[in-house]
Ligand binder design. Structure first.
Ligand code: GLN
Length: 308
């Protein structure tokens, strides 16, 4: 039997499915052939209730939704101060692939834009080879509560076409923000963007952040509260890039979008929300993801001011 929340979600899903604006990401050719009608909504509460409607089991690449989790892992590895020396916590107001490096030092504005995300990847501990990316994927997996893997075709396509990210990583190397050879960093960043998730995984990842780092399904404490608190702070101010101000006004939750079509929102202490729909707006965020998050926030009073 469908619960009242699921009937409500099904109604919102039907209404917002009519929204046909935006286009799937095409810079990475392996991502361009996705079905633009794919649309899933999944809500997971911190006490482990899951409500889902639509294409919640369809897999797609996590893309920039990887950034807060890798940033959290770098913070857990090195502590806040060491990471802060390399990546600032200020909203840049710029788009995700903007250069946004501080004059003189080259420190990226925050870990949600690509420059800061590449830096965060470089800070995650590893012992060479694939050890760093393994720790990154295992961390995402612990958040999702199942083993995730990398889509090799998307990874290969990122490697071939991600020229701007390569340029950014070399620029960061020139400022000594990235301290070693940028090539493995770029590759690990492309791999982390190519991790396959579905809408259910993302809602569990969001709910784990909402639950102070404890996965509501597995019960495992997958990240300490200190990095979780920092991650949610930076998602609040920077997660939606140049749309962050309008997002926090209308939705009122820390959030992160990705060009794969995923969007997550986190209401601390309560729920994690994930939406999947590939067509993107001019900021690289999902059009239906934005509309659904706004609608649910209003109807269910999820804005952090109301929910308090
Ligand atoms: N792989 C993409 C990039 O680095 C991710 C960007 C995004 O999802 N906003 O350009």
């Amino acid at each position: 039997m469908e619960s009242p929340i699921e009937s409500y979600l099904a109604r919102i899903h039907r209404e917002i499915a009519d929204l046909k604006d935006g286009k799937p990401y095409s810079t990475i050719p392996a991502m361009a052939n996705v079905n633009p009608d794919n649309f899933g909504i999944c809500l997971t509460t911190v006490d482990g209730y899951i409500y889902e409607v639509g294409d919640t089991r369809e897999e797609f690449s996590i893309q920039s939704i990887s950034k807060p989790f890798t940033y959290g892992l770098a913070l857990a590895d090195l502590g806040l101060d060491a990471v802060d020396e390399k990546v600032d916590v200020e909203p840049s107001g710029d788009s995700f692939n903007e250069i946004s490096l501080a004059e003189g030092t080259g420190r990226p504005a925050n870990a949600m834009i690509n420059a800061g995300a590449l830096t965060a990847t470089s800070l995650v501990k590893g012992a060479g080879g694939n050890t760093r990316i393994k720790r990154i994927v295992n961390t995402y997996s612990a958040f999702a509560g199942r083993q995730l893997s990398i889509d090799e075709e998307i990874f290969a396509s990122e490697l071939e076409h991600g020229h701007r990210n390569r340029a950014l990583a070399y620029l960061l190397r020139s400022f000594n923000i990235i301290e070693d050879d940028p090539t493995p960093v770029i590759e690990d960043y492309f791999r982390q963007c190519s991790v396959l998730v579905n809408c259910l995984d993302l809602s569990l990842m969001a709910a784990t952040l909402a639950n102070s780092g404890r996965n509501p399904m597995t019960g495992n404490q997958v990240m300490d509260i200190v990095p979780v608190e920092r991650v949610l702070s930076v998602m609040t101010t920077c997660g939606m890039y140049d749309d962050a101000g309008s997002w926090i006004s209308t939705v009122g939750m820390p959030a992160k979008s990705g060009v794969g079509g995923g969007t997550i929102s986190v209401l601390p202490g309560q729920v994690g929300l994930a939406v999947y729909s590939p067509p993107l707006d001019e900021h690289g965020s999902s059009v239906r993801g934005m509309a659904t998050s706004q609608r649910l926030s209003q109807d269910m009073e999820l804005h952090f001011v109301r929910a308090a």
